[in-house]
Ligand binder design. Structure first.
Ligand code: ARG
Length: 443
Protein backbone atom coordinates (compact mmCIF):
# COMPACT_ATOMS: atom_id res chain seq x y z
CA UNK A 1 0.00 0.00 0.00
CA UNK A 2 1.31 3.40 -0.98
CA UNK A 3 1.79 6.12 1.63
CA UNK A 4 -0.70 8.10 -0.37
CA UNK A 5 -2.87 5.20 -1.57
CA UNK A 6 -6.08 6.16 0.26
CA UNK A 7 -7.84 8.10 -2.48
CA UNK A 8 -6.91 5.73 -5.30
CA UNK A 9 -9.27 3.07 -6.69
CA UNK A 10 -6.70 1.36 -8.87
CA UNK A 11 -3.11 0.34 -8.27
CA UNK A 12 -0.31 2.35 -9.83
CA UNK A 13 0.85 1.09 -13.18
CA UNK A 14 4.16 -0.75 -12.91
CA UNK A 15 5.72 1.32 -15.65
CA UNK A 16 4.71 4.49 -13.81
CA UNK A 17 6.01 3.10 -10.55
CA UNK A 18 9.52 2.68 -11.98
CA UNK A 19 9.31 6.00 -13.75
CA UNK A 20 8.31 7.80 -10.57
CA UNK A 21 10.74 6.10 -8.19
CA UNK A 22 13.74 8.10 -7.01
CA UNK A 23 14.94 5.46 -4.57
CA UNK A 24 17.80 4.13 -6.73
CA UNK A 25 19.49 7.54 -6.58
CA UNK A 26 18.10 9.29 -3.50
CA UNK A 27 19.06 6.39 -1.20
CA UNK A 28 22.35 8.21 -0.69
CA UNK A 29 20.36 10.70 1.44
CA UNK A 30 19.64 8.02 4.06
CA UNK A 31 21.66 9.57 6.84
CA UNK A 32 20.25 13.05 6.29
CA UNK A 33 16.75 11.58 6.07
CA UNK A 34 17.08 9.76 9.39
CA UNK A 35 18.69 12.77 11.08
CA UNK A 36 15.86 15.00 9.85
CA UNK A 37 13.31 12.50 11.15
CA UNK A 38 15.09 12.30 14.51
CA UNK A 39 14.87 16.08 14.92
CA UNK A 40 11.24 16.12 13.80
CA UNK A 41 10.17 13.27 16.11
CA UNK A 42 11.95 14.77 19.13
CA UNK A 43 10.21 18.08 18.49
CA UNK A 44 6.79 16.40 18.08
CA UNK A 45 7.28 14.78 21.49
CA UNK A 46 8.46 17.94 23.20
CA UNK A 47 5.50 19.89 21.81
CA UNK A 48 3.15 17.10 22.95
CA UNK A 49 1.87 16.71 19.40
CA UNK A 50 2.53 13.00 19.85
CA UNK A 51 3.04 11.36 23.28
CA UNK A 52 6.65 11.94 24.41
CA UNK A 53 7.24 8.25 25.12
CA UNK A 54 6.18 7.39 21.56
CA UNK A 55 8.50 10.06 20.21
CA UNK A 56 11.26 8.47 22.28
CA UNK A 57 10.50 5.02 20.82
CA UNK A 58 10.57 6.45 17.29
CA UNK A 59 13.93 8.11 17.95
CA UNK A 60 15.44 5.00 19.50
CA UNK A 61 14.33 2.92 16.55
CA UNK A 62 15.62 5.45 14.02
CA UNK A 63 19.01 5.48 15.79
CA UNK A 64 19.04 1.69 15.67
CA UNK A 65 18.23 1.78 11.96
CA UNK A 66 21.14 4.14 11.39
CA UNK A 67 23.46 1.74 13.15
CA UNK A 68 22.07 -1.21 11.20
CA UNK A 69 22.61 0.55 7.87
CA UNK A 70 26.18 1.42 8.86
CA UNK A 71 26.87 -2.18 9.85
CA UNK A 72 25.23 -3.49 6.69
CA UNK A 73 22.47 -5.28 8.61
CA UNK A 74 19.81 -3.10 7.01
CA UNK A 75 20.30 -2.94 3.27
CA UNK A 76 18.99 -0.03 1.23
CA UNK A 77 16.91 -1.91 -1.25
CA UNK A 78 13.37 -3.02 -1.61
CA UNK A 79 10.52 -3.41 -3.96
CA UNK A 80 9.52 -0.23 -5.70
CA UNK A 81 6.11 -0.43 -4.04
CA UNK A 82 7.45 0.09 -0.53
CA UNK A 83 10.37 2.24 -1.59
CA UNK A 84 9.25 4.98 -3.88
CA UNK A 85 12.02 7.07 -2.40
CA UNK A 86 14.33 7.14 0.63
CA UNK A 87 11.64 8.84 2.74
CA UNK A 88 9.20 6.02 2.06
CA UNK A 89 11.86 3.42 2.75
CA UNK A 90 12.75 4.85 6.17
CA UNK A 91 9.12 5.25 7.23
CA UNK A 92 8.17 1.76 6.03
CA UNK A 93 11.09 0.19 7.90
CA UNK A 94 10.28 2.17 11.05
CA UNK A 95 6.67 1.01 10.92
CA UNK A 96 7.76 -2.57 10.24
CA UNK A 97 9.78 -2.39 13.46
CA UNK A 98 7.40 -0.62 15.84
CA UNK A 99 4.01 -0.85 14.18
CA UNK A 100 1.43 1.92 14.49
CA UNK A 101 3.67 4.25 16.51
CA UNK A 102 5.92 4.49 13.45
CA UNK A 103 2.98 5.88 11.49
CA UNK A 104 2.97 8.97 13.74
CA UNK A 105 6.39 10.19 12.57
CA UNK A 106 5.00 12.00 9.55
CA UNK A 107 2.66 14.17 11.66
CA UNK A 108 2.90 17.81 10.53
CA UNK A 109 5.37 16.95 7.82
CA UNK A 110 5.26 16.51 4.05
CA UNK A 111 7.77 14.79 1.83
CA UNK A 112 8.15 18.23 0.29
CA UNK A 113 9.76 19.80 3.35
CA UNK A 114 11.40 16.46 4.15
CA UNK A 115 13.25 16.21 0.83
CA UNK A 116 14.06 19.91 1.02
CA UNK A 117 15.72 19.55 4.41
CA UNK A 118 17.52 16.33 3.37
CA UNK A 119 18.96 17.91 0.25
CA UNK A 120 20.03 21.01 2.11
CA UNK A 121 21.90 19.01 4.72
CA UNK A 122 23.46 16.79 2.08
CA UNK A 123 24.50 19.80 -0.02
CA UNK A 124 25.89 21.54 3.06
CA UNK A 125 28.04 18.51 3.94
CA UNK A 126 29.24 18.21 0.35
CA UNK A 127 30.11 21.92 0.25
CA UNK A 128 32.23 21.45 3.38
CA UNK A 129 33.98 18.33 2.07
CA UNK A 130 34.63 19.91 -1.31
CA UNK A 131 36.02 23.02 0.34
CA UNK A 132 38.41 20.85 2.35
CA UNK A 133 39.66 19.19 -0.87
CA UNK A 134 40.04 22.57 -2.56
CA UNK A 135 42.18 23.79 0.34
CA UNK A 136 44.28 20.62 0.24
CA UNK A 137 44.99 21.23 -3.45
CA UNK A 138 45.84 24.89 -2.80
CA UNK A 139 48.26 23.77 -0.11
CA UNK A 140 49.84 21.18 -2.42
CA UNK A 141 50.41 23.83 -5.11
CA UNK A 142 52.17 25.99 -2.54
CA UNK A 143 54.26 23.08 -1.29
CA UNK A 144 55.33 22.08 -4.81
CA UNK A 145 56.29 25.67 -5.50
CA UNK A 146 58.34 25.89 -2.32
CA UNK A 147 60.15 22.60 -3.03
CA UNK A 148 61.23 24.05 -6.36
CA UNK A 149 62.08 27.56 -5.32
CA UNK A 150 63.49 29.62 -6.98
CA UNK A 151 63.21 27.77 -10.30
CA UNK A 152 62.85 30.31 -13.10
CA UNK A 153 60.46 29.66 -15.95
CA UNK A 154 58.97 31.56 -18.86
CA UNK A 155 55.66 33.28 -18.30
CA UNK A 156 53.41 33.40 -21.36
CA UNK A 157 50.79 35.50 -23.03
CA UNK A 158 49.13 34.16 -26.20
CA UNK A 159 51.14 31.02 -25.35
CA UNK A 160 54.23 32.95 -26.56
CA UNK A 161 57.16 33.37 -24.19
CA UNK A 162 56.74 36.75 -22.54
CA UNK A 163 58.61 37.47 -19.31
CA UNK A 164 60.46 35.50 -16.68
CA UNK A 165 58.60 34.30 -13.59
CA UNK A 166 59.22 31.54 -11.08
CA UNK A 167 57.58 28.13 -11.03
CA UNK A 168 56.40 28.84 -7.48
CA UNK A 169 54.71 32.04 -8.63
CA UNK A 170 52.99 30.21 -11.46
CA UNK A 171 51.65 27.63 -8.99
CA UNK A 172 50.59 30.44 -6.71
CA UNK A 173 48.39 31.88 -9.47
CA UNK A 174 46.41 28.64 -9.46
CA UNK A 175 46.43 28.60 -5.68
CA UNK A 176 44.73 32.02 -5.72
CA UNK A 177 41.96 30.65 -7.94
CA UNK A 178 41.35 27.74 -5.59
CA UNK A 179 41.42 29.98 -2.52
CA UNK A 180 38.64 32.02 -4.14
CA UNK A 181 36.76 28.79 -4.83
CA UNK A 182 37.04 27.83 -1.16
CA UNK A 183 35.67 31.22 -0.17
CA UNK A 184 32.80 30.86 -2.64
CA UNK A 185 31.84 27.49 -1.13
CA UNK A 186 31.94 29.02 2.33
CA UNK A 187 29.66 31.87 1.21
CA UNK A 188 27.23 29.47 -0.47
CA UNK A 189 27.12 27.31 2.64
CA UNK A 190 26.25 30.33 4.76
CA UNK A 191 23.50 31.50 2.43
CA UNK A 192 21.81 28.09 2.17
CA UNK A 193 21.87 27.34 5.86
CA UNK A 194 18.16 27.86 6.65
CA UNK A 195 15.83 25.02 7.58
CA UNK A 196 12.79 24.22 5.41
CA UNK A 197 11.56 21.61 7.92
CA UNK A 198 8.09 22.58 9.14
CA UNK A 199 7.12 24.31 5.91
CA UNK A 200 4.94 21.25 5.28
CA UNK A 201 3.69 20.61 1.78
CA UNK A 202 3.62 24.34 1.03
CA UNK A 203 1.71 26.18 3.75
CA UNK A 204 2.93 24.98 7.16
CA UNK A 205 0.61 23.00 9.41
CA UNK A 206 -2.09 23.53 12.03
CA UNK A 207 0.13 21.77 14.60
CA UNK A 208 2.21 23.96 16.89
CA UNK A 209 5.61 22.83 15.54
CA UNK A 210 8.76 24.38 16.97
CA UNK A 211 10.69 25.12 13.79
CA UNK A 212 13.40 26.86 15.77
CA UNK A 213 14.11 23.67 17.65
CA UNK A 214 14.43 21.45 14.57
CA UNK A 215 16.49 24.10 12.78
CA UNK A 216 18.92 24.25 15.68
CA UNK A 217 19.08 20.49 16.14
CA UNK A 218 20.05 20.10 12.49
CA UNK A 219 22.70 22.82 12.54
CA UNK A 220 20.80 25.50 10.60
CA UNK A 221 21.10 29.20 11.41
CA UNK A 222 17.32 29.65 11.42
CA UNK A 223 14.08 28.33 9.91
CA UNK A 224 13.11 29.52 6.42
CA UNK A 225 11.02 32.72 6.53
CA UNK A 226 8.37 31.65 4.02
CA UNK A 227 6.76 28.19 3.75
CA UNK A 228 6.24 28.36 -0.02
CA UNK A 229 9.81 29.44 -0.62
CA UNK A 230 11.16 26.92 1.91
CA UNK A 231 9.85 23.90 0.00
CA UNK A 232 10.48 25.21 -3.51
CA UNK A 233 13.92 26.82 -3.21
CA UNK A 234 16.69 24.96 -5.04
CA UNK A 235 18.91 28.02 -5.51
CA UNK A 236 21.57 26.53 -3.27
CA UNK A 237 22.00 23.50 -5.55
CA UNK A 238 22.38 25.75 -8.56
CA UNK A 239 24.79 28.00 -6.70
CA UNK A 240 26.91 25.05 -5.61
CA UNK A 241 26.93 23.67 -9.16
CA UNK A 242 28.12 27.08 -10.24
CA UNK A 243 30.88 26.97 -7.59
CA UNK A 244 31.75 23.45 -8.79
CA UNK A 245 31.82 24.64 -12.40
CA UNK A 246 34.34 27.34 -11.53
CA UNK A 247 36.48 24.81 -9.69
CA UNK A 248 36.35 22.53 -12.74
CA UNK A 249 37.22 25.43 -15.04
CA UNK A 250 40.28 26.14 -12.89
CA UNK A 251 41.19 22.46 -12.77
CA UNK A 252 40.77 22.24 -16.52
CA UNK A 253 43.12 25.17 -17.12
CA UNK A 254 45.71 23.63 -14.83
CA UNK A 255 45.23 20.28 -16.58
CA UNK A 256 45.82 21.88 -19.95
CA UNK A 257 49.07 23.45 -18.70
CA UNK A 258 50.29 20.12 -17.37
CA UNK A 259 49.36 18.35 -20.60
CA UNK A 260 51.38 20.92 -22.53
CA UNK A 261 54.25 20.98 -20.05
CA UNK A 262 54.60 17.21 -20.00
CA UNK A 263 54.77 17.02 -23.82
CA UNK A 264 58.06 16.47 -25.67
CA UNK A 265 57.73 20.03 -26.97
CA UNK A 266 57.91 21.56 -23.48
CA UNK A 267 59.33 18.89 -21.11
CA UNK A 268 58.87 21.33 -18.19
CA UNK A 269 57.42 18.62 -15.94
CA UNK A 270 57.32 14.86 -15.79
CA UNK A 271 54.03 13.36 -14.64
CA UNK A 272 54.44 10.61 -12.03
CA UNK A 273 54.05 7.09 -13.44
CA UNK A 274 51.18 6.48 -11.04
CA UNK A 275 49.05 9.14 -12.72
CA UNK A 276 49.84 8.46 -16.38
CA UNK A 277 48.97 5.59 -18.71
CA UNK A 278 50.53 3.92 -21.71
CA UNK A 279 49.45 2.98 -25.21
CA UNK A 280 48.34 -0.47 -26.30
CA UNK A 281 50.33 -0.17 -29.54
CA UNK A 282 53.06 2.47 -29.10
CA UNK A 283 55.51 1.16 -26.52
CA UNK A 284 57.14 4.51 -25.85
CA UNK A 285 53.96 6.40 -24.95
CA UNK A 286 53.24 7.93 -21.54
CA UNK A 287 50.01 9.87 -21.62
CA UNK A 288 48.72 12.46 -19.14
CA UNK A 289 45.30 10.79 -18.87
CA UNK A 290 44.50 12.08 -15.39
CA UNK A 291 44.70 15.67 -16.63
CA UNK A 292 42.82 14.89 -19.83
CA UNK A 293 40.02 13.23 -17.88
CA UNK A 294 39.73 16.23 -15.57
CA UNK A 295 39.58 18.52 -18.59
CA UNK A 296 36.92 16.29 -20.12
CA UNK A 297 34.83 15.92 -16.97
CA UNK A 298 34.53 19.70 -16.75
CA UNK A 299 31.79 19.48 -19.38
CA UNK A 300 29.81 17.07 -17.22
CA UNK A 301 29.74 19.53 -14.32
CA UNK A 302 28.78 22.47 -16.56
CA UNK A 303 26.03 20.18 -17.89
CA UNK A 304 24.66 19.63 -14.39
CA UNK A 305 24.56 23.39 -13.82
CA UNK A 306 22.67 23.96 -17.07
CA UNK A 307 20.40 21.00 -16.31
CA UNK A 308 19.43 22.36 -12.91
CA UNK A 309 18.85 25.88 -14.17
CA UNK A 310 16.61 24.47 -16.87
CA UNK A 311 14.66 22.20 -14.48
CA UNK A 312 13.83 25.18 -12.27
CA UNK A 313 13.05 27.62 -15.06
CA UNK A 314 9.34 28.38 -15.25
CA UNK A 315 8.28 26.18 -12.31
CA UNK A 316 5.24 27.54 -10.51
CA UNK A 317 5.32 27.43 -6.72
CA UNK A 318 5.60 25.51 -4.57
CA UNK A 319 6.69 21.89 -5.06
CA UNK A 320 6.54 20.29 -8.51
CA UNK A 321 7.71 16.78 -9.26
CA UNK A 322 10.18 18.26 -11.76
CA UNK A 323 12.24 19.01 -8.66
CA UNK A 324 13.01 15.34 -8.19
CA UNK A 325 15.27 15.90 -11.22
CA UNK A 326 17.54 18.08 -9.08
CA UNK A 327 19.27 15.02 -7.68
CA UNK A 328 21.21 13.02 -10.25
CA UNK A 329 22.82 16.09 -11.80
CA UNK A 330 23.85 17.47 -8.45
CA UNK A 331 25.12 14.10 -7.21
CA UNK A 332 27.12 13.57 -10.38
CA UNK A 333 28.58 17.08 -10.18
CA UNK A 334 29.67 16.71 -6.57
CA UNK A 335 31.14 13.23 -7.13
CA UNK A 336 33.00 14.47 -10.18
CA UNK A 337 34.44 17.62 -8.66
CA UNK A 338 35.59 15.78 -5.52
CA UNK A 339 37.36 13.02 -7.42
CA UNK A 340 39.00 15.54 -9.77
CA UNK A 341 40.28 17.63 -6.85
CA UNK A 342 41.76 14.57 -5.22
CA UNK A 343 43.43 13.32 -8.39
CA UNK A 344 44.85 16.75 -9.21
CA UNK A 345 46.32 17.00 -5.71
CA UNK A 346 48.12 13.70 -6.28
CA UNK A 347 49.22 14.60 -9.82
CA UNK A 348 50.85 17.73 -8.38
CA UNK A 349 52.38 15.83 -5.48
CA UNK A 350 53.99 13.20 -7.71
CA UNK A 351 55.14 15.28 -10.69
CA UNK A 352 58.78 16.24 -11.20
CA UNK A 353 59.74 19.78 -12.16
CA UNK A 354 62.49 19.87 -14.78
CA UNK A 355 64.25 23.01 -13.57
CA UNK A 356 67.06 22.90 -16.17
CA UNK A 357 64.66 22.72 -19.10
CA UNK A 358 62.66 25.64 -17.73
CA UNK A 359 65.82 27.66 -17.19
CA UNK A 360 66.99 26.99 -20.75
CA UNK A 361 63.64 28.15 -22.10
CA UNK A 362 63.96 31.38 -20.17
CA UNK A 363 67.15 32.15 -22.10
CA UNK A 364 65.45 31.66 -25.47
CA UNK A 365 62.79 34.08 -26.56
CA UNK A 366 64.02 37.49 -25.35
CA UNK A 367 62.25 37.30 -22.01
CA UNK A 368 64.34 40.25 -20.79
CA UNK A 369 63.45 42.57 -23.69
CA UNK A 370 60.98 44.59 -21.60
CA UNK A 371 63.66 45.09 -18.94
CA UNK A 372 66.18 46.34 -21.54
CA UNK A 373 63.58 48.98 -22.44
CA UNK A 374 63.12 49.74 -18.71
CA UNK A 375 66.92 50.22 -18.47
CA UNK A 376 66.83 52.83 -21.21
CA UNK A 377 63.84 54.54 -19.56
CA UNK A 378 65.84 54.80 -16.33
CA UNK A 379 68.42 56.72 -18.40
CA UNK A 380 65.91 59.22 -19.74
CA UNK A 381 64.81 57.57 -23.00
CA UNK A 382 61.01 57.87 -23.44
CA UNK A 383 59.43 54.41 -23.11
CA UNK A 384 57.90 54.42 -26.62
CA UNK A 385 61.35 55.14 -28.14
CA UNK A 386 62.97 52.53 -25.90
CA UNK A 387 60.37 49.99 -27.10
CA UNK A 388 61.36 50.73 -30.73
CA UNK A 389 65.09 50.50 -29.99
CA UNK A 390 64.75 47.13 -28.28
CA UNK A 391 62.52 45.88 -31.10
CA UNK A 392 65.37 46.58 -33.52
CA UNK A 393 67.85 44.87 -31.17
CA UNK A 394 65.59 41.78 -31.17
CA UNK A 395 65.61 41.67 -35.00
CA UNK A 396 69.42 41.90 -34.98
CA UNK A 397 69.64 39.08 -32.39
CA UNK A 398 67.27 36.92 -34.43
CA UNK A 399 69.48 37.41 -37.49
CA UNK A 400 72.59 36.49 -35.48
CA UNK A 401 70.83 33.70 -33.61
CA UNK A 402 71.77 35.04 -30.18
CA UNK A 403 70.24 36.53 -27.03
CA UNK A 404 70.34 40.24 -26.11
CA UNK A 405 72.91 39.58 -23.38
CA UNK A 406 75.22 37.99 -25.99
CA UNK A 407 75.69 41.34 -27.79
CA UNK A 408 78.79 43.36 -26.92
CA UNK A 409 78.47 46.82 -25.38
CA UNK A 410 79.71 48.37 -28.64
CA UNK A 411 77.00 46.55 -30.57
CA UNK A 412 74.34 47.66 -28.08
CA UNK A 413 75.54 51.27 -28.27
CA UNK A 414 74.96 51.30 -32.03
CA UNK A 415 71.25 51.12 -31.14
CA UNK A 416 71.39 53.70 -28.31
CA UNK A 417 74.22 55.67 -26.68
CA UNK A 418 72.33 55.29 -23.37
CA UNK A 419 73.68 51.74 -22.88
CA UNK A 420 76.57 51.25 -20.48
CA UNK A 421 78.32 48.36 -18.76
CA UNK A 422 75.63 47.94 -16.10
CA UNK A 423 73.14 46.67 -18.69
CA UNK A 424 74.43 43.09 -18.31
CA UNK A 425 73.75 42.97 -14.61
CA UNK A 426 70.36 44.62 -15.24
CA UNK A 427 69.08 42.13 -17.78
CA UNK A 428 70.20 39.00 -15.94
CA UNK A 429 67.03 36.91 -15.52
CA UNK A 430 67.47 36.31 -11.82
CA UNK A 431 68.27 39.99 -11.14
CA UNK A 432 65.20 41.14 -13.04
CA UNK A 433 63.07 39.58 -10.32
CA UNK A 434 64.86 41.65 -7.66
CA UNK A 435 63.80 44.94 -9.21
CA UNK A 436 60.76 47.12 -8.51
CA UNK A 437 57.52 45.35 -7.77
CA UNK A 438 58.79 42.18 -9.44
CA UNK A 439 60.27 41.45 -6.00
CA UNK A 440 56.79 40.16 -5.14
CA UNK A 441 57.32 37.28 -7.56
CA UNK A 442 60.25 36.02 -5.51
CA UNK A 443 58.45 36.10 -2.15
N1 ARG B 1 11.24 11.94 -4.28
C1 ARG B 1 10.70 13.24 -4.17
C2 ARG B 1 11.75 14.27 -4.63
O1 ARG B 1 12.85 13.94 -4.69
C3 ARG B 1 10.33 13.52 -2.76
C4 ARG B 1 9.22 14.51 -2.62
C5 ARG B 1 7.95 13.92 -3.06
N2 ARG B 1 6.88 14.83 -2.90
C6 ARG B 1 5.72 14.69 -3.56
N3 ARG B 1 4.80 15.57 -3.34
N4 ARG B 1 5.53 13.68 -4.37
O2 ARG B 1 11.41 15.39 -4.95
Amino acid sequence: MKLWGGRFREAENRLMEDFNSSFPFDMRLWEEDINGSLAHAAMLGKQNIIPPEEAELICETLRQMKEDIEKGDLVLSGLAEDAEDIHTFVEAELTRRIGDVGKKLHTGRSRNDQVAVDMRMYARRQAEETRELVLQLAEMLQQKGRENHPVLMPGYTHLQRAQVVTFAYYMDAYRQMFLRDAKRLENSRELMNESPLGCGALAGTTHQLDRGQTAEALGFNKPADNFLDGVSDRDYLIELCSDFSLIMMHLSRLSEELILWSSQEFRFVTIGDGYATGSSIMPQKKNPDACELIRGKTGRVYGSLMGLLTVMKGLPMAYDKDMQEDKQGFFDAVDTVKSCLEIMREVIRTMTVNAEVMKKSVRQGFLNATEVADFLVARGVPFRDAHGIVGRIVIACEDKGCAIEDLSLEELQTFSPAFDDSIYEYLDYQNILNKGIKKEILL
